[in-house]
Design a protein around this ligand. Sequence first.
Ligand code: FES
Length: 160
Amino acid sequence: MADKKQIELKAYIEKYSKKDDASSYLIAVLHKAQVLYGYLSKETMEFVAEEMNVPAAHIWGVATFYHYFNLTPQGKYTISVCLGTACYVKGAVEIMEAIKEELNIKEGETTEDMMFTLQEARCLGACGLAPVIMVNGKIHGDLTPKKVIEVINEYKKAGM
Ligand code: FES
């Protein structure tokens, strides 16, 4: 049976289904699906494929091409560690290592308690504050390995 999110997604898709080339709206539809579900599951992609009358393989191709789309469930907090040039020369690798050690996960993974997802980024547009991380859209800069653990601990406390 269709849940509330599925009904909303279906209505969104229907908005485009009358257009000549509905498949050119695929990214917008996948974006909407990700906003609703937090990530794109196989079931969600199959649903979109059916509703849009687009081959499931095409949906999968688009979803995997754009790094923006998440194919696995995300933690409550997504940590993006900037590995752009400015951050890199100011110790971004050490920042990344400190987080990995603290959370016991690698890039692209989520902690077992579903609290944190770790990913890397290329220039978050705050080079003046390098090295920086972004947590759910909020920038934290001028970091050291010690400071970044303090930042993470604040989120741990807030998330409990
Ligand atoms: S290189 Fe990290 S914010 Fe620009």
